[in-house]
Design a protein around this ligand. Structure first.
Ligand code: SF4
Ligand code: SF4
Length: 314
């Protein structure tokens, strides 16, 4: 794998980062042993950058996979907005990961200059913890172009984790190219940038090669977080990110890997997915999106019409 200095931070990160959402209770809900084993396998294949979040409940896998002295870079993320919530979130991270510091600590799902202002008390608290050595760098994650632009006004925000994929799925306030322009500016300004949702939350799995080749062609990302759920996926992605062609047999095996689909709480019950699904696998019944997985072929078409970006295939 290639390693790059993450913007102005001191971290040398692998181009492929392990997005841990997939292994945790919100998605695959793997046992501690199995999930930690996957993280360890990725590490042995060269991945040194692991993305976690309080919401994902995946800190425990880090603790189980890596002793504190292990040379990995771990990101924690929380919705903290003031001193009390930031203190509690950082404490949770340190306790549950068993680490002595949060290498990168981020504010989750920032939207604009206004949400940053609204969370500034938390940022001030986290900066003090950075000065004490409990945090390596501060950052934000976002689906919004405005938040990427706003982060440029804050030198204390050193890392940005923005959504970017070739179809622009999930970008909340503009097009793919507008997001890319904002990312490029932030990259040139010295921010550490690692992308998320390069496969559109699983909705681009049928075009995975195209999705990953798009993301690998961008020279304004230091790293890309990808959710991985099997040794085959880790092998495939590490090969691809090392610019090696994955073996055909491995690609074929991945196509037959068992998938799941679900919607999250951001669903606004608009019904567009029901109309779009060619398999008639989705129905809205009693104010709930019901997906019949015996009919679903995991094509991701429903995800392309969901303005709320509420559908995940994993
Ligand atoms: S398209 Fe998205 S927001 Fe609309 S009903 Fe389906 S899942 Fe919900
Ligand atoms: S992934 Fe495809 S088949 Fe499955 S519910 Fe969505 S549109 Fe229908």
């Amino acid at each position: 794998l290639r390693y790059t200095k993450l913007g102005s931070t001191d971290f040398l990160v692998s181009r492929l980062s392990f997005g841990t959402l997939t292994i945790g209770p919100l998605q695959k809900n793997y046992s501690l042993e199995f999930g930690a084993g996957l993280l360890r396998t990725a590490y042995e294949m060269g991945v040194n950058f692991f993305d976690t979040a309080e919401l994902y409940e995946t800190y425990k896998y880090i603790k189980s996979a890596f002793p504190n002295h292990c040379n990995v870079i771990v990101t924690g993320r929380s919705y903290a907005y003031d001193t009390e919530t930031a203190q509690s979130s950082l404490k949770t991270f340190l306790k549950e990961t068993g680490r002595e510091r949060a290498d990168i600590f981020m504010l989750h799902e920032q939207e604009s200059e206004y949400t940053l202002k609204g969370h500034y008390e938390a940022i001030e608290f986290l900066l003090k913890q950075k000065n004490k050595g409990l945090i390596g760098a501060l950052g934000i994650s976002t689906h919004y172009i405005r938040a990427v632009e706003a982060a440029m006004m804050y030198p204390e925000i050193e890392v940005i984790h923005p959504i970017i994929n070739f179809k622009g799925l999930g970008i909340a306030d503009g097009t793919r190219d507008e997001m890319l322009a904002a990312i490029k500016k932030a990259y040139d300004a010295g921010k550490g940038i690692y992308g998320m949702k390069s496969i559109g939350g699983g909705n681009l799995l049928n075009e995975k090669e195209r999705a990953l080749s798009y993301i690998l062609g961008l020279n304004c990302l230091h790293s890309v977080a990808v959710g991985m759920q099997s040794i085959d996926e880790i092998t495939y992605n590490t090969q691809l990110f090392s610019m090696h062609e994955p073996a055909a047999a491995l690609s074929e095996r991945l196509k037959s890997q068992k998938r799941s689909i679900k919607t999250d709480e951001t669903c606004i019950l608009c019904g567009k997915c029901e109309i779009r699904c060619p398999q008639k696998a989705i129905k809205i019944i009693e104010k709930q999106v019901c997906i019949d997985e015996s009919k679903c072929v995991y094509c991701g078409y429903c995800g392309t019409v969901c303005d709320a970006f509420a559908i995940r295939i994993f």
